[in-house]
Design a protein around this ligand. Structure first.
Ligand SMILES: Nc1ncnc2c1ncn2[C@@H]1O[C@H](COP(=O)(O)OP(=O)(O)OP(=O)(O)O)[C@@H](O)[C@H]1O
Length: 917
């Protein structure tokens, strides 16, 4: 039992021991756990203690980041604002005073606002105040001087952004009597600055209101809402800006206040602006209000942003700029650009000339274009003014304005300048510039001694008039507009013929002047309805007087253009031209009656640089078949090789028109003036022709001596001019040679004047194997053999080209075979032509020729044609020229008078061709 109990106790002990052991273990574990947890807690506590510090740092970091971004954005915005302000107010509108200079806005551009200081944002944003074309400025200043510095800055910047003279300032400064604007005083000398005294405010405001009313009525005329809009659309600003600067003073009265309000409301649209200090202006969006305190200011529109004011403009800069501006303005207005007269390139050549030709010539006083019209009424124009007043310039401007609007199918020009100089030559093709004005058909320059060219032009136009009148008759219409309507496929351009210094044509009482005046009268009277318009210009009152003897002619010139100080162009009671300013013209389409006056400012168009751009543009637009105009230069010596008639003598096939050949020479339906028909090569059985020189006419034709088998078909060249005489014989020989096949004609060249030897030998060389050379000794043989040969059967053509034949009078006086050489010569001249033997001889005087032909009273029938050089008309009498007294011929250098009794009624002036080496 005890064992059992013992066993039981042991087991209990054992179990207790186990339990104790377990309890210990658990305790230890619990303790461990407690320690771990305590550790964790301690760590957690430690960590928890660290947390608030990092959260603050993060927050600070985030805040700093936001600040940085904000600053960067602000800086970017400030940069953008500064850039926008710079674009808005370029050049003089905002540049710093150091190095500042005026930079006027270009045409059509707005002057923009003006800078007064900077808003201290980022690097600084310019503080801009709109004035010209935009609004008014009202300043309140703690001290007047600070306010006036802002006013000075505003005004100087406005002046610098406008063309000289385009800003007029009126000052009202009752307290300091102009002292506030003292720096601007130099402007007063040019009328750009005026002052009204104390008590003058009402008058000044009334005047400004009146001005606004006039601009609205006359300038904007309902077409534009503001002068700014008009300037943008037309690139023209007809009126200067007016800036009224009102510096303090008593409170305005009721009327004055009402006027001020009107100006504040309506002025800016009309270019009238107010800059006022210490004076109230009515509430208006157009008013910028500035409050100035020391060197700071605030704009009422953005009170939160302070403005750091710029210092006022340095006094020296201010007065210097104003002085220069005044000088520029006193020197007269800068001419308006020629380009203002032209339509935009894509609108060129769009007008129809059916009813007339209308084109602007310049600006009127209101900035409106003044136009010139040629049509049924007025049909013709007369331009007058003393030398240097701008007639030629006006003609250039008019030609450009017309040429840009009407295509060459609508308008053709014929230009003739009797003045010394080559002004019109620029429109023709030149050596340096290959372009030409596509409307141009003819230019005559250096024609002062060649009045015949003027006459030729009038004859040509008369012929064209006849052609048009006939076409009109055929279509049973009377006017060009109707003809164009019934014949739309026809080419009926209007023709404008300009003759500068036309009085040269009418000078003198000779046959040429009479014929010219008759033709002019006919053209003026009938040209009106056929689209042929005359523009006559003269610097000389005598030019006009030359016309005055013909009232019917003058009456046709209803369009009158008077340059400054022009006399007798306008009606005698109309003295508008006397007070005209430089570069202006009175345009009058009412025959000069005062009520028709329009004053126009003419742009500068004389300078080739100005013109060439237009000419090149029009030239590139020319029709594919356009040919250059014929240029007649009285100072140039033509070349035989270039002569269309010489080229036409070439062997078949006939030549096509080339650059040297005038288009009208081949244009269908183009008239050729009266005169001998153009020569034909003899191949078709026609008689050969000898070309002698160029005729002074519009077609560069050659004077042609036809040599058929008929009595008298010989040529005498008369006078002592060696070169001219050689040139005539040379052209004759070369042109004859061109018409005969080698071996088909004989040429005998004899030269008896050593001075003529080189020229004669040059011709001899050209004639080649068909030519023989004779001199003083052998010439008697030549005439004897030739005379005897005439008795034989049919002969080949034989041309005797005898240079200075009178020098052979001695040897030819000797007898050969019972007759003298002179007798042989006379026989050849008498009988030769019918047997194709022709004498083309040069005698160095009429008396010498007569002596060779049988004595002073000898008949000269065998001389069918002659060219007189330095021989007076009076010597060419008796059988040489019809009537008594001889032709109207006064010798002049490198000209000859050609008369062929079988075709001419009067002599024809020729220009011998250049002698080729
Ligand atoms: N509207 C203008 N604007 C600027 N310059 C001009 C203007 N008109 C003329 N001129 C200049 O004045 C000068 C004289 O002009 P122009 O030759 O046209 O006068 P003119 O009356 O034809 O003289 P003249 O009869 O002696 O030839 C030229 O140098 C020309 O460039």
């Amino acid at each position: 039992m005890a064992d059992v109990r013992t066993q039981l106790v042991d087991r209990v002990r054992e179990q207790l021991a186990h339990a104790l052991g377990a309890a210990h273990a658990e305790l230890a574990a619990a303790r461990e756990d407690l320690r771990t947890r305590r550790d964790r807690l301690a760590r957690t506590r430690q960590a928890a203690e660290r947390i608030p510090a990092s959260a603050g740092a993060q927050r600070d970091e985030r805040l700093a980041e936001v600040d940085r971004r904000h600053a960067a954005r602000l800086a970017a915005l400030a940069d953008r604002a500064a850039a926008a302000a710079e674009a808005e107010a370029p050049g003089a509108a905002a540049a710093p005073w150091e190095g500042w200079r005026p930079t006027p806005a270009v045409r059509g551009e707005s002057p923009g606002p003006a800078r007064i200081g900077r808003i201290p944002l980022g690097p600084g944003v310019p503080a801009l105040v709109p004035l010209l074309d935009a609004g008014h400025v009202q300043l309140t200043a703690d001290d007047a001087a600070g306010g006036d510095a802002v006013v000075a800055a505003l005004l100087l910047r406005a002046l610098g952004r406008a063309a000289p003279g385009a800003v007029r300032i009126v000052g009202y400064d009752p307290e300091h009597l102009g002292g506030g604007l003292a720096g601007f005083a130099p402007l007063a000398t040019a009328g750009l600055l005026t002052f009204v005294g104390p008590g003058g405010l009402g008058g000044l405001l009334d005047e400004l209101v009146d001005h606004i009313r006039r601009i609205n009525e006359k300038v904007l005329a309902g077409e534009y809402a503001s002068v700014r809009e008009m300037a943008a659309a037309t690139a023209r600003r007809p009126e200067p800006w007016r800036v009224a600067v009102l510096l303090g003073g008593d409170e305005p009265g009721r009327h004055e206040r009402a006027q001020l309000d009107r100006i504040a409301r309506t002025g800016a649209a009309c270019g009238v602006h107010l800059v006022v200090r210490d004076l109230e202006l009515a509430e208006s969006a157009a008013v910028t209000r500035i409050r100035v305190t020391g060197d700071r200011a605030r704009l009422a529109a953005v009170p939160a942003l302070p403005v750091v004011l710029d210092p006022g403009p340095p006094p020296a800069l201010l007065t210097d700029t104003c002085r220069r501006l005044a000088e520029r303005v006193s020197a007269g207005p800068a001419p308006t650009p020629f380009a203002d007269l032209l339509p935009p390139p894509d609108k060129m050549w769009r007008e129809s000339s059916a009813a007339g030709l209308t084109a602007p010539i310049g600006d009127g006083p209101q900035g409106r274009p003044v136009t010139l019209t040629l049509g049924d009424y007025p049909p013709h124009a007369l331009i007058g003014g003393p030398s240097g007043t701008g007639k030629t310039n006006l003609i250039f401007a008019w030609i450009g304005s017309l040429a840009a609007r009407y295509s060459p199918a609508e308008l053709e020009f014929y230009l003739l300048d009797f003045k010394e100089g080559v002004s019109f030559a620029r429109f023709a093709q030149g050596r340096r510039d290959p372009s030409w004005l596509p409307h141009l058909r003819l230019v005559g320059i250096n024609v002062n001694t060649d009045r015949e060219f003027g006459l030729a032009l009038l004859r040509f136009l008369t012929e064209e008039l006849r052609r048009r009148a006939e076409a009109a008759k055929r279509h049973e219409v009377t006017k060009l507009a109707e003809l164009r309507a019934v014949d739309p496929a026809g080419r009926w351009p209007r023709i404008v013929a300009v003759v500068d210094e036309f009085q040269m044509l009418l000078a003198g009482r000779d046959a040429l002047a009479r014929e010219a005046a008759d033709l002019l009268e006919d053209l003026a009277r009938r040209g009106r309805s056929q689209g042929i318009h005359l523009v006559l210009a003269s610097q000389d009152v005598r030019g006009i007087e030359a016309l005055w003897g013909r009232p019917a002619l003058v009456a046709q010139f209803t369009l009158r253009i008077a340059m400054p100080k022009a006399l007798r162009i306008l009606d005698e009671r109309n003295d508008a031209a006397q007070s005209l300013r430089r570069h202006h013209a009175v345009v009058n389409a009412e025959s000069g009656m005062a009520e028709g006056n329009q004053v126009a400012r003419i742009p500068a168009a004389s300078d080739w640089g100005t013109w060439s751009e237009l000419q090149h543009r029009l030239w590139r637009m020319r029709p594919a078949d356009a040919a250059p105009a014929r240029l007649f230069d009285g100072d140039a010596v033509p070349r035989l090789a270039d002569a269309p008639d010489f080229q036409a003598l070439a062997a078949t096939p006939p030549r096509a028109p080339g650059p040297g050949r005038p288009a009208w020479a081949s244009a269908p339906g183009t008239p050729r003036p009266d005169g001998p028909a153009a020569p034909e090569p003899p191949r078709g059985g026609r008689a050969p022709v000898a070309l002698l020189g160029e005729i002074i006419d519009v077609q560069a034709r050659s004077a042609a001596l036809r040599l058929p088998r008929a009595p008298g078909r010989n040529l005498a060249v008369l006078g002592t001019g060696v070169d001219e005489a050689c040139a005539v014989l040379d052209a004759a020989g070369r042109s004859l040679h061109r018409q005969h096949r080698p071996g088909a004609a004989r040429y005998s060249v004899a030269c008896l004047d050593p001075d003529a030897d080189p020229a004669a030998r040059a011709l001899f060389g050209t004639l080649g194997a068909d030519a023989a050379w004779y001199d003083e000794e052998s010439v008697p043989e030549l005439v004897a053999e030739t005379a005897e040969g005439l008795a034989g059967g049919p002969a080949e053509p034989h041309y005797l080209l005898l240079y200075a034949v009178d020098a052979a009078a001695g040897p030819l006086g000797a007898r050969i075979g019972g007759r003298t050489g002179l007798e042989h010569l006379r026989r050849i001249m008498h009988d030769g032509p019918e047997r194709r033997t022709h004498v083309l001889a040069w005698w160095r005087g009429v008396a010498r020729m007569r002596a060779d032909l049988g004595g002073p009273a000898a008949r000269t029938d065998q001389i069918g044609a002659w060219v007189a050089l330095d021989v007076q008309g009076a010597e060419l009498t008796s059988s040489l020229y019809p009537g008594t007294g001889g032709p109207d011929w006064y010798p002049r250098p490198w000209r000859g008078l050609f008369f062929d009794r079988s075709v001419h009624r009067t002599g024809q002036i020729i220009i011998p061709y250049r002698l080729e080496p």
